[in-house]
Ligand binder design. Structure first.
Ligand code: ATP
Ligand code: MG
Length: 348
């Protein structure tokens, strides 16, 4: 069976190492296997507006930032169709038709939406219909491109379930038209939910606890130096906690055998290092120095590629424009099939 993959990022801020570990590295790895028929990388600017409608400049400015981040980590426009959601008008058209297939109660039950609403203070006075219905627009994004494989984090599973329901309902009422997608979860554990440098459970731009892919070498070093560790690990000889300690959590995700060989040769791997810290006798300064070296090695090539693309923002926008033309053609074909199935093909 053919495989068509859709990945998406909201341009609500520059990308950080949580995005890298939780989603983007896995997407690039999938791209590089080449074992699929087509891959799309959507910048979800229209969806970004559903909870940032009062800040259009933020979404506007971050489209380029996120495109740069994607290219820097290895999204390859010759293999992946990178495109801008708002420039594919067909997606809003599909959303409108799919709205008939979802009840208000079903939207209110969506666990991802429920959690997000509870976390957004600005929705205390009311929830925009656009935000409430974003799972429907996600179904449009997926089905427009006939995508059947969607790499997601655990928290996004309810979205794919809702898309599957919409597809089944559409096909059962209007005849077999849409492709049923399935989610794959390429990351798990700490990588799927990287904590913030402040020890908060999630690295998130709104919490200001991020190490960004575009951070300079000095910024990375300064952030690592002031990172939260185990507050009960006061003297070097004290036993330390590694499981709720972001320094160790980052190391468990990013430290490779070659990093140990180059910067920490007295330990062969993460387990040896963590065991020593838990036993006591290993100081935070030494571990942080190692983490800094690991992150510098990991992020330097990304930053250098980013700087290369930054020199020609016009070329980056051209990549998005060409990808969008390609995406739009595919989506237009889907709209045509959808409208025919719904008996709305009057002027064909
Ligand atoms: P927003 O707050 O605007 O939703 P976000 O940081 O959640 O921004 P998204 O574009 O919604 O960014 O997420 C892109 C992907 O990155 C998602 O799959 C999300 O789960 C993942 N992601 C975001 N933050 C982290 C994190 N701290 N650890 C692991 N994965 C993350
Ligand atoms: Mg999000």
């Amino acid at each position: 069976m053919s495989e068509i993959i859709l990945t998406g990022v909201r341009p609500t801020g520059p990308l950080h190492i949580g995005h890298l570990s939780g989603a983007l590295q896995a997407n690039v790895d999938i791209q590089n296997t080449g074992k699929y028929d087509k891959m799309y990388g959507m910048i979800a600017d229209a969806q970004g507006l559903t909870d940032n409608f009062d800040n259009p400049a933020k979404i506007h400015d971050n489209v380029l930032q996120v495109a740069l981040d994607m290219l820097a980590i290895g999204y390859d426009p010759t293999r992946t169709t990178m495109f801008l959601q708002s420039a594919v008008a067909e997606l809003t058209e599909l959303t409108f038709y799919y709205m008939n297939l979802v009840t208000v109660a079903r939207l209110q039950r969506n666990p991802t939406v429920k959690t997000e609403i509870s976390q957004k203070e600005k929705f205390n006075t009311g929830i925009p219909v656009g935000f409430m219905t974003y799972p429907i627009s996600q179904a449009a994004d997926i089905t427009a491109f006939n995508a059947n494989v969607i790499p997601v984090g655990n928290d996004q599973l309810p979205m794919i379930e809702q898309t599957v329901e919409i597809v089944h309902k559409f096909n059962s009422i209007y005849g077999q038209t849409l492709v049923t997608p399935r989610a794959i979860i390429p990351t798990s554990g700490v990588a799927a939910r990287l904590p913030g440098t402040d020890g908060n459970a999630k690295m998130s731009k709104s919490l200001g606890n991020c190490i960004y892919l575009k951070d300079s070498s000095d910024e990375i070093a300064a952030k690592v130096k002031t990172m939260f560790t185990d507050p009960n690990h006061i003297r070097v000889e004290d036993p330390g906690n590694t499981t709720e300690n972001p320094v160790f959590m980052y190391l468990s995700v990013f430290a490779k055998p070659e990093h140990f060989a180059a910067f920490m040769p007295e330990y062969a791997n993460y387990t040896e290092l963590a065991t020593h810290y838990e036993r006591g006798g290993l100081g935070d300064v030494k571990v942080k120095r190692f983490l800094n070296a690991v992150l510098q090695e990991t992020l330097r090539p990304i930053r250098e590629r980013r700087e290369m693309f930054e020199r020609d923002p016009g070329a980056v926008m051209e990549i998005l424009k060409n990808g969008t033309i390609d995406a739009r053609n595919v989506a237009a074909d889907t709209v045509k099939r959808v409208k025919t199935a719904m008996k709305l093909n009057f002027f064909d």
